[in-house]
Design a protein around this ligand. Structure first.
Ligand SMILES: *Cc1c(COP(=O)(O)O)cnc(C)c1O
Length: 458
Protein backbone atom coordinates (compact mmCIF):
# COMPACT_ATOMS: atom_id res chain seq x y z
CA UNK A 1 0.00 0.00 0.00
CA UNK A 2 1.32 3.46 -0.86
CA UNK A 3 1.59 6.26 1.68
CA UNK A 4 -0.72 9.28 1.50
CA UNK A 5 2.17 11.41 0.24
CA UNK A 6 2.86 8.97 -2.58
CA UNK A 7 -0.78 8.88 -3.61
CA UNK A 8 -0.95 12.67 -3.59
CA UNK A 9 2.24 13.06 -5.59
CA UNK A 10 1.11 10.57 -8.24
CA UNK A 11 -2.35 12.09 -8.26
CA UNK A 12 -1.12 15.58 -9.07
CA UNK A 13 1.43 14.21 -11.54
CA UNK A 14 -1.09 12.34 -13.70
CA UNK A 15 -4.73 12.84 -12.81
CA UNK A 16 -6.83 15.75 -14.07
CA UNK A 17 -9.84 15.84 -11.75
CA UNK A 18 -13.36 16.97 -12.74
CA UNK A 19 -14.55 20.43 -11.64
CA UNK A 20 -11.19 21.23 -10.06
CA UNK A 21 -8.69 24.08 -10.01
CA UNK A 22 -5.69 21.92 -10.91
CA UNK A 23 -3.14 24.46 -9.73
CA UNK A 24 -4.75 24.80 -6.31
CA UNK A 25 -5.15 21.04 -5.93
CA UNK A 26 -1.57 20.20 -6.76
CA UNK A 27 -0.39 22.73 -4.18
CA UNK A 28 -2.58 21.12 -1.53
CA UNK A 29 -2.85 17.42 -2.41
CA UNK A 30 -6.07 15.47 -2.77
CA UNK A 31 -7.87 13.70 0.03
CA UNK A 32 -7.41 10.03 -0.77
CA UNK A 33 -10.51 7.99 0.07
CA UNK A 34 -9.69 4.31 0.30
CA UNK A 35 -12.75 2.51 1.64
CA UNK A 36 -16.23 3.01 2.97
CA UNK A 37 -18.92 1.34 5.06
CA UNK A 38 -22.50 2.40 5.75
CA UNK A 39 -22.58 6.21 5.80
CA UNK A 40 -18.84 6.60 6.47
CA UNK A 41 -15.82 6.95 4.20
CA UNK A 42 -12.23 6.38 5.35
CA UNK A 43 -9.13 8.17 4.07
CA UNK A 44 -5.62 6.90 3.46
CA UNK A 45 -4.44 8.57 6.66
CA UNK A 46 -7.10 6.85 8.71
CA UNK A 47 -9.72 9.60 9.11
CA UNK A 48 -13.33 8.45 9.40
CA UNK A 49 -15.73 10.90 7.73
CA UNK A 50 -19.52 10.91 7.82
CA UNK A 51 -20.50 11.24 4.17
CA UNK A 52 -23.18 13.91 4.26
CA UNK A 53 -23.28 14.01 0.44
CA UNK A 54 -23.81 10.30 -0.40
CA UNK A 55 -20.67 10.40 -2.54
CA UNK A 56 -22.03 12.82 -5.13
CA UNK A 57 -25.75 12.53 -4.33
CA UNK A 58 -25.72 8.90 -5.41
CA UNK A 59 -24.98 6.34 -2.68
CA UNK A 60 -28.60 6.13 -1.54
CA UNK A 61 -28.32 2.73 0.11
CA UNK A 62 -24.96 3.47 1.74
CA UNK A 63 -21.62 1.76 1.21
CA UNK A 64 -20.75 -1.91 1.55
CA UNK A 65 -23.95 -3.48 0.21
CA UNK A 66 -22.97 -7.07 -0.51
CA UNK A 67 -26.07 -7.68 -2.65
CA UNK A 68 -25.15 -4.98 -5.15
CA UNK A 69 -21.62 -6.33 -5.47
CA UNK A 70 -22.92 -9.89 -5.92
CA UNK A 71 -25.32 -8.73 -8.63
CA UNK A 72 -22.45 -7.15 -10.57
CA UNK A 73 -20.19 -10.19 -10.12
CA UNK A 74 -22.83 -12.68 -11.17
CA UNK A 75 -23.81 -10.67 -14.24
CA UNK A 76 -20.23 -10.09 -15.29
CA UNK A 77 -19.49 -13.82 -15.14
CA UNK A 78 -22.59 -14.60 -17.19
CA UNK A 79 -22.55 -11.74 -19.71
CA UNK A 80 -20.31 -8.78 -18.88
CA UNK A 81 -21.29 -6.82 -21.95
CA UNK A 82 -23.54 -6.86 -24.90
CA UNK A 83 -25.08 -3.94 -26.74
CA UNK A 84 -28.71 -3.08 -27.42
CA UNK A 85 -28.07 -1.77 -30.93
CA UNK A 86 -29.02 -3.75 -34.03
CA UNK A 87 -32.14 -5.33 -32.55
CA UNK A 88 -30.46 -7.10 -29.62
CA UNK A 89 -31.34 -6.85 -25.95
CA UNK A 90 -30.23 -8.36 -22.65
CA UNK A 91 -32.20 -9.67 -19.66
CA UNK A 92 -30.89 -7.16 -17.07
CA UNK A 93 -31.79 -4.18 -19.30
CA UNK A 94 -35.27 -5.57 -19.93
CA UNK A 95 -35.78 -6.34 -16.24
CA UNK A 96 -34.70 -2.84 -15.22
CA UNK A 97 -36.98 -1.24 -17.82
CA UNK A 98 -39.88 -3.26 -16.41
CA UNK A 99 -39.18 -2.22 -12.81
CA UNK A 100 -38.80 1.44 -13.82
CA UNK A 101 -42.23 1.28 -15.43
CA UNK A 102 -43.58 0.16 -12.04
CA UNK A 103 -41.86 2.72 -9.82
CA UNK A 104 -42.32 5.81 -12.02
CA UNK A 105 -45.59 7.79 -12.42
CA UNK A 106 -48.27 6.23 -14.66
CA UNK A 107 -47.49 8.22 -17.82
CA UNK A 108 -44.09 6.47 -18.04
CA UNK A 109 -43.76 3.06 -19.65
CA UNK A 110 -40.51 3.38 -21.60
CA UNK A 111 -36.88 4.13 -20.82
CA UNK A 112 -33.79 5.00 -22.87
CA UNK A 113 -30.61 3.92 -21.05
CA UNK A 114 -27.38 5.91 -20.91
CA UNK A 115 -24.14 5.82 -18.97
CA UNK A 116 -24.77 9.00 -16.97
CA UNK A 117 -27.14 11.85 -16.19
CA UNK A 118 -25.44 14.14 -18.70
CA UNK A 119 -25.95 11.62 -21.45
CA UNK A 120 -29.58 11.25 -20.41
CA UNK A 121 -30.04 15.01 -20.87
CA UNK A 122 -28.29 14.84 -24.25
CA UNK A 123 -30.81 12.17 -25.13
CA UNK A 124 -33.60 14.42 -23.92
CA UNK A 125 -32.50 17.28 -26.15
CA UNK A 126 -32.38 15.07 -29.21
CA UNK A 127 -35.63 13.34 -28.41
CA UNK A 128 -37.48 16.62 -27.87
CA UNK A 129 -36.40 17.85 -31.29
CA UNK A 130 -37.13 14.47 -32.87
CA UNK A 131 -40.62 14.52 -31.36
CA UNK A 132 -41.52 17.85 -32.88
CA UNK A 133 -40.11 16.80 -36.25
CA UNK A 134 -42.28 13.68 -36.17
CA UNK A 135 -45.24 15.76 -35.03
CA UNK A 136 -44.84 17.95 -38.10
CA UNK A 137 -43.69 21.04 -36.18
CA UNK A 138 -39.92 21.11 -36.76
CA UNK A 139 -39.89 24.85 -36.07
CA UNK A 140 -40.61 24.01 -32.43
CA UNK A 141 -37.00 23.60 -31.35
CA UNK A 142 -36.35 26.06 -28.50
CA UNK A 143 -35.85 24.59 -25.03
CA UNK A 144 -36.29 26.78 -21.96
CA UNK A 145 -34.33 26.11 -18.80
CA UNK A 146 -33.19 28.07 -15.71
CA UNK A 147 -30.13 30.04 -14.76
CA UNK A 148 -28.13 28.21 -12.10
CA UNK A 149 -29.79 24.90 -12.97
CA UNK A 150 -27.49 21.92 -13.42
CA UNK A 151 -28.11 19.36 -16.14
CA UNK A 152 -24.67 17.80 -16.50
CA UNK A 153 -21.39 18.55 -18.17
CA UNK A 154 -21.48 17.30 -21.73
CA UNK A 155 -21.90 20.19 -24.18
CA UNK A 156 -25.66 19.62 -24.28
CA UNK A 157 -25.83 19.23 -20.50
CA UNK A 158 -23.87 22.42 -19.90
CA UNK A 159 -25.97 24.27 -22.49
CA UNK A 160 -29.23 23.13 -20.91
CA UNK A 161 -27.81 24.01 -17.50
CA UNK A 162 -27.58 27.59 -16.38
CA UNK A 163 -24.16 27.66 -14.76
CA UNK A 164 -22.65 30.88 -16.06
CA UNK A 165 -18.98 29.87 -15.48
CA UNK A 166 -19.59 26.74 -17.58
CA UNK A 167 -21.17 28.81 -20.36
CA UNK A 168 -18.20 31.20 -20.28
CA UNK A 169 -15.78 28.33 -20.78
CA UNK A 170 -17.86 27.02 -23.71
CA UNK A 171 -17.08 30.32 -25.40
CA UNK A 172 -19.46 32.65 -27.22
CA UNK A 173 -20.45 30.14 -29.92
CA UNK A 174 -19.96 26.98 -27.89
CA UNK A 175 -23.37 26.31 -26.41
CA UNK A 176 -25.98 24.26 -28.25
CA UNK A 177 -28.18 26.78 -30.11
CA UNK A 178 -31.87 27.09 -29.35
CA UNK A 179 -31.65 26.99 -25.55
CA UNK A 180 -32.78 30.01 -23.51
CA UNK A 181 -32.88 30.58 -19.76
CA UNK A 182 -35.18 32.15 -17.18
CA UNK A 183 -34.46 33.01 -13.54
CA UNK A 184 -34.38 30.44 -10.76
CA UNK A 185 -36.87 30.44 -7.85
CA UNK A 186 -34.20 31.23 -5.23
CA UNK A 187 -36.17 33.24 -2.70
CA UNK A 188 -33.47 33.66 -0.06
CA UNK A 189 -30.97 35.11 -2.53
CA UNK A 190 -33.17 36.86 -5.06
CA UNK A 191 -36.64 37.26 -3.57
CA UNK A 192 -36.23 40.91 -2.57
CA UNK A 193 -39.29 42.29 -0.78
CA UNK A 194 -41.68 39.66 -2.13
CA UNK A 195 -43.09 36.92 0.06
CA UNK A 196 -41.95 33.42 -0.96
CA UNK A 197 -45.40 32.73 -2.44
CA UNK A 198 -45.36 35.92 -4.53
CA UNK A 199 -41.80 35.29 -5.63
CA UNK A 200 -42.60 31.70 -6.66
CA UNK A 201 -45.39 32.94 -8.92
CA UNK A 202 -43.23 35.70 -10.36
CA UNK A 203 -40.47 33.22 -11.28
CA UNK A 204 -42.90 30.73 -12.78
CA UNK A 205 -44.52 33.46 -14.87
CA UNK A 206 -41.14 34.22 -16.39
CA UNK A 207 -41.70 30.97 -18.26
CA UNK A 208 -44.83 32.36 -19.88
CA UNK A 209 -43.08 35.66 -20.66
CA UNK A 210 -40.22 33.76 -22.29
CA UNK A 211 -42.62 31.59 -24.31
CA UNK A 212 -44.34 34.72 -25.62
CA UNK A 213 -41.01 36.39 -26.34
CA UNK A 214 -39.69 33.41 -28.31
CA UNK A 215 -43.08 32.75 -29.90
CA UNK A 216 -45.20 29.82 -28.67
CA UNK A 217 -44.99 28.17 -32.09
CA UNK A 218 -41.20 27.86 -31.65
CA UNK A 219 -41.03 26.51 -28.09
CA UNK A 220 -40.39 22.78 -27.78
CA UNK A 221 -39.86 22.08 -24.09
CA UNK A 222 -39.08 23.24 -20.58
CA UNK A 223 -36.59 21.48 -18.29
CA UNK A 224 -35.99 21.93 -14.56
CA UNK A 225 -34.80 20.13 -11.46
CA UNK A 226 -37.61 19.80 -8.87
CA UNK A 227 -35.08 21.08 -6.31
CA UNK A 228 -31.89 22.53 -7.79
CA UNK A 229 -29.03 20.54 -6.35
CA UNK A 230 -25.61 21.73 -7.51
CA UNK A 231 -26.92 25.30 -7.71
CA UNK A 232 -27.14 25.39 -3.92
CA UNK A 233 -30.20 23.37 -2.95
CA UNK A 234 -32.82 25.80 -4.15
CA UNK A 235 -36.19 24.62 -2.82
CA UNK A 236 -38.86 26.51 -4.78
CA UNK A 237 -41.77 28.22 -3.00
CA UNK A 238 -44.97 26.14 -2.99
CA UNK A 239 -46.56 28.35 -5.62
CA UNK A 240 -43.86 27.68 -8.21
CA UNK A 241 -44.42 24.21 -9.70
CA UNK A 242 -48.22 24.37 -9.99
CA UNK A 243 -47.89 27.59 -11.99
CA UNK A 244 -45.17 26.06 -14.21
CA UNK A 245 -47.45 23.09 -14.87
CA UNK A 246 -50.31 25.42 -15.80
CA UNK A 247 -48.12 27.29 -18.30
CA UNK A 248 -46.62 24.14 -19.81
CA UNK A 249 -50.15 22.75 -20.33
CA UNK A 250 -51.46 26.02 -21.75
CA UNK A 251 -48.84 26.11 -24.53
CA UNK A 252 -48.64 22.33 -25.08
CA UNK A 253 -44.88 22.22 -24.65
CA UNK A 254 -42.99 19.15 -23.48
CA UNK A 255 -41.89 19.17 -19.85
CA UNK A 256 -38.77 17.42 -18.52
CA UNK A 257 -38.12 16.88 -14.83
CA UNK A 258 -34.41 16.35 -14.21
CA UNK A 259 -34.63 13.81 -11.39
CA UNK A 260 -30.95 12.89 -11.29
CA UNK A 261 -30.85 14.11 -7.67
CA UNK A 262 -34.52 14.14 -6.64
CA UNK A 263 -35.34 10.71 -8.05
CA UNK A 264 -35.49 7.52 -5.98
CA UNK A 265 -36.69 8.75 -2.64
CA UNK A 266 -34.60 11.83 -2.01
CA UNK A 267 -37.72 13.95 -1.40
CA UNK A 268 -39.65 11.24 0.44
CA UNK A 269 -41.55 10.34 -2.74
CA UNK A 270 -40.15 8.12 -5.46
CA UNK A 271 -39.70 11.17 -7.72
CA UNK A 272 -39.54 14.90 -7.07
CA UNK A 273 -42.33 15.52 -9.59
CA UNK A 274 -44.62 13.45 -7.34
CA UNK A 275 -43.65 15.55 -4.33
CA UNK A 276 -44.55 18.75 -6.20
CA UNK A 277 -47.52 17.28 -8.08
CA UNK A 278 -46.30 17.95 -11.63
CA UNK A 279 -46.89 15.72 -14.68
CA UNK A 280 -43.71 15.71 -16.79
CA UNK A 281 -43.20 14.05 -20.18
CA UNK A 282 -39.62 13.03 -19.34
CA UNK A 283 -37.68 12.05 -16.21
CA UNK A 284 -33.90 12.22 -16.34
CA UNK A 285 -32.35 9.74 -13.94
CA UNK A 286 -28.88 8.52 -12.84
CA UNK A 287 -27.02 8.65 -9.49
CA UNK A 288 -29.27 6.79 -7.00
CA UNK A 289 -30.58 4.54 -9.81
CA UNK A 290 -27.64 2.25 -8.99
CA UNK A 291 -26.72 3.89 -5.65
CA UNK A 292 -23.57 4.86 -7.57
CA UNK A 293 -22.14 1.31 -7.47
CA UNK A 294 -21.84 1.29 -11.27
CA UNK A 295 -22.38 4.16 -13.71
CA UNK A 296 -25.82 4.22 -15.30
CA UNK A 297 -28.36 6.82 -16.32
CA UNK A 298 -31.62 6.85 -18.19
CA UNK A 299 -34.40 8.92 -19.61
CA UNK A 300 -37.98 7.90 -18.86
CA UNK A 301 -40.08 8.77 -21.87
CA UNK A 302 -43.76 9.53 -21.33
CA UNK A 303 -46.54 7.99 -23.40
CA UNK A 304 -47.09 11.07 -25.54
CA UNK A 305 -43.53 10.94 -26.88
CA UNK A 306 -43.05 7.16 -26.83
CA UNK A 307 -46.21 6.65 -28.88
CA UNK A 308 -44.97 9.10 -31.49
CA UNK A 309 -41.62 7.30 -31.80
CA UNK A 310 -43.22 3.89 -32.06
CA UNK A 311 -46.17 4.78 -34.31
CA UNK A 312 -44.32 7.01 -36.75
CA UNK A 313 -41.21 4.81 -36.88
CA UNK A 314 -38.02 5.83 -38.64
CA UNK A 315 -34.63 5.39 -37.01
CA UNK A 316 -33.71 7.58 -34.04
CA UNK A 317 -30.01 8.13 -34.74
CA UNK A 318 -28.79 8.15 -31.17
CA UNK A 319 -27.33 5.80 -28.57
CA UNK A 320 -24.26 4.88 -26.57
CA UNK A 321 -22.03 1.83 -26.47
CA UNK A 322 -22.96 1.44 -22.82
CA UNK A 323 -26.71 2.07 -23.17
CA UNK A 324 -28.29 -0.73 -21.15
CA UNK A 325 -24.94 -2.09 -19.93
CA UNK A 326 -25.83 -5.52 -18.47
CA UNK A 327 -23.74 -5.27 -15.29
CA UNK A 328 -24.89 -1.72 -14.54
CA UNK A 329 -28.51 -2.73 -15.16
CA UNK A 330 -28.15 -5.80 -12.93
CA UNK A 331 -26.87 -3.59 -10.11
CA UNK A 332 -29.71 -1.12 -10.63
CA UNK A 333 -32.24 -3.97 -10.52
CA UNK A 334 -30.75 -5.22 -7.24
CA UNK A 335 -30.69 -1.65 -5.92
CA UNK A 336 -34.38 -1.11 -6.65
CA UNK A 337 -35.26 -4.51 -5.19
CA UNK A 338 -33.64 -3.42 -1.92
CA UNK A 339 -35.48 -0.08 -2.14
CA UNK A 340 -38.76 -1.98 -2.23
CA UNK A 341 -37.92 -4.70 0.27
CA UNK A 342 -36.61 -2.24 2.89
CA UNK A 343 -39.31 0.31 2.10
CA UNK A 344 -36.58 2.93 1.80
CA UNK A 345 -38.77 5.66 0.31
CA UNK A 346 -41.53 5.23 2.90
CA UNK A 347 -38.97 5.32 5.69
CA UNK A 348 -37.52 8.58 4.35
CA UNK A 349 -40.97 10.13 4.17
CA UNK A 350 -42.46 8.95 7.43
CA UNK A 351 -39.50 8.63 9.71
CA UNK A 352 -36.08 9.93 8.85
CA UNK A 353 -36.86 13.11 6.87
CA UNK A 354 -39.21 14.41 9.60
CA UNK A 355 -36.48 13.70 12.14
CA UNK A 356 -33.84 15.51 10.07
CA UNK A 357 -36.25 18.44 9.63
CA UNK A 358 -36.84 18.74 13.38
CA UNK A 359 -33.11 18.75 14.10
CA UNK A 360 -32.19 20.97 11.10
CA UNK A 361 -34.57 23.73 12.21
CA UNK A 362 -32.47 24.14 15.38
CA UNK A 363 -29.68 25.52 13.20
CA UNK A 364 -31.76 28.61 12.44
CA UNK A 365 -30.89 29.87 15.94
CA UNK A 366 -27.17 30.00 15.22
CA UNK A 367 -25.86 33.58 14.77
CA UNK A 368 -24.30 32.77 11.36
CA UNK A 369 -27.39 31.12 9.89
CA UNK A 370 -29.80 33.27 7.88
CA UNK A 371 -32.00 30.37 6.81
CA UNK A 372 -32.13 26.63 7.52
CA UNK A 373 -34.25 24.85 4.91
CA UNK A 374 -34.86 21.22 4.11
CA UNK A 375 -37.01 18.89 2.06
CA UNK A 376 -36.79 15.12 2.34
CA UNK A 377 -33.14 14.27 2.88
CA UNK A 378 -31.94 17.51 1.32
CA UNK A 379 -30.95 20.26 3.76
CA UNK A 380 -29.16 23.60 3.47
CA UNK A 381 -28.10 26.58 5.54
CA UNK A 382 -27.35 30.09 4.34
CA UNK A 383 -24.39 31.75 6.10
CA UNK A 384 -24.88 35.50 6.60
CA UNK A 385 -23.16 38.30 8.52
CA UNK A 386 -26.40 39.62 10.04
CA UNK A 387 -29.25 37.18 10.42
CA UNK A 388 -31.87 39.93 10.66
CA UNK A 389 -31.46 40.77 6.97
CA UNK A 390 -31.13 38.59 3.86
CA UNK A 391 -27.71 39.78 2.78
CA UNK A 392 -24.58 37.75 1.94
CA UNK A 393 -21.02 38.05 3.20
CA UNK A 394 -18.51 40.26 1.40
CA UNK A 395 -16.47 38.75 -0.17
CA UNK A 396 -19.02 36.10 -1.05
CA UNK A 397 -18.02 32.47 -0.94
CA UNK A 398 -14.97 32.56 1.32
CA UNK A 399 -16.85 31.86 4.50
CA UNK A 400 -18.55 28.95 2.76
CA UNK A 401 -15.23 27.40 1.81
CA UNK A 402 -13.93 27.86 5.34
CA UNK A 403 -17.03 26.16 6.75
CA UNK A 404 -16.77 23.30 4.28
CA UNK A 405 -13.14 22.70 5.23
CA UNK A 406 -14.01 22.95 8.94
CA UNK A 407 -16.63 20.23 8.41
CA UNK A 408 -14.05 18.00 6.75
CA UNK A 409 -11.61 18.51 9.65
CA UNK A 410 -14.44 17.64 12.00
CA UNK A 411 -15.24 14.44 10.10
CA UNK A 412 -18.20 15.46 7.94
CA UNK A 413 -18.56 15.85 4.19
CA UNK A 414 -20.72 18.91 3.61
CA UNK A 415 -20.82 20.77 0.32
CA UNK A 416 -20.64 24.53 -0.30
CA UNK A 417 -22.00 26.60 -3.18
CA UNK A 418 -20.80 30.09 -2.35
CA UNK A 419 -22.06 30.56 1.25
CA UNK A 420 -24.82 27.99 1.02
CA UNK A 421 -23.82 24.80 2.81
CA UNK A 422 -25.79 21.64 2.21
CA UNK A 423 -26.14 17.92 2.74
CA UNK A 424 -27.83 15.01 1.00
CA UNK A 425 -26.93 12.01 3.18
CA UNK A 426 -27.55 8.36 2.28
CA UNK A 427 -31.25 7.54 2.54
CA UNK A 428 -30.41 4.79 5.04
CA UNK A 429 -28.89 7.18 7.58
CA UNK A 430 -30.04 6.49 11.17
CA UNK A 431 -31.28 8.93 13.81
CA UNK A 432 -28.08 8.67 15.83
CA UNK A 433 -26.03 9.32 12.69
CA UNK A 434 -28.16 12.42 12.05
CA UNK A 435 -27.44 13.53 15.63
CA UNK A 436 -23.74 13.07 14.98
CA UNK A 437 -24.05 15.00 11.70
CA UNK A 438 -25.81 17.89 13.45
CA UNK A 439 -23.25 18.14 16.22
CA UNK A 440 -20.48 18.30 13.61
CA UNK A 441 -22.35 21.04 11.74
CA UNK A 442 -22.75 23.08 14.94
CA UNK A 443 -19.12 22.67 15.89
CA UNK A 444 -18.02 23.73 12.39
CA UNK A 445 -20.41 26.72 12.49
CA UNK A 446 -18.88 27.85 15.79
CA UNK A 447 -15.37 27.59 14.36
CA UNK A 448 -16.48 29.46 11.25
CA UNK A 449 -17.95 32.27 13.35
CA UNK A 450 -14.64 32.66 15.21
CA UNK A 451 -12.78 32.77 11.89
CA UNK A 452 -15.20 35.26 10.32
CA UNK A 453 -14.85 37.55 13.32
CA UNK A 454 -11.03 37.36 13.14
CA UNK A 455 -11.17 38.23 9.44
CA UNK A 456 -13.44 41.18 10.10
CA UNK A 457 -16.28 39.74 7.99
CA UNK A 458 -18.73 39.82 10.86
C1 LIG B 1 -25.34 15.08 -11.48
C2 LIG B 1 -26.43 15.67 -12.27
C3 LIG B 1 -26.50 15.51 -13.67
C4 LIG B 1 -25.38 14.89 -14.46
O1 LIG B 1 -25.19 13.55 -14.18
P1 LIG B 1 -23.76 12.89 -14.54
O2 LIG B 1 -24.00 11.44 -14.23
O3 LIG B 1 -22.73 13.56 -13.69
O4 LIG B 1 -23.51 13.11 -15.98
C5 LIG B 1 -27.60 16.00 -14.33
N1 LIG B 1 -28.59 16.61 -13.67
C6 LIG B 1 -28.56 16.78 -12.34
C7 LIG B 1 -29.72 17.43 -11.67
C8 LIG B 1 -27.47 16.34 -11.61
O5 LIG B 1 -27.43 16.55 -10.29
Amino acid sequence: MRTTEEWQRLDSAHYLHPFTDHQALSAKGARIVTRAEGVYVYTSDGQKILDGMSGLWCVALGYGRQELCDAAYKQMMELPYYNSFFQSSTPPAIELARILDEVTPPQFGHVFFTGSGSEANDTLLRLVRRYWQLAGNPERNVIISRWNGYHGSTVAGASLGGMKPMHEQLGPDGAVPGIVHINQPYWFGEGGDLSPAEFGLKCARELEEKILEVGPERVAAFIGEPVQGAGGLVIPPETYWPEIQRIVDKYGILFASDEVICGFGRTGEWFGCEYFGTRPDFLTMAKALSSGYLPIGGLMVGDRVARMLIERGGEFFHGFTYSGHPAACAVAVANLEIFRRERVVERVKNEIAPYLASRWRELADHPLVGEARCLGLLAAIELVPDKRIRRFFEPRGEVGIFMRDACTRNGLVMRATRDTLFIAPPLVISRSEIDELLSKVVRSLDETAVHARAKGWL
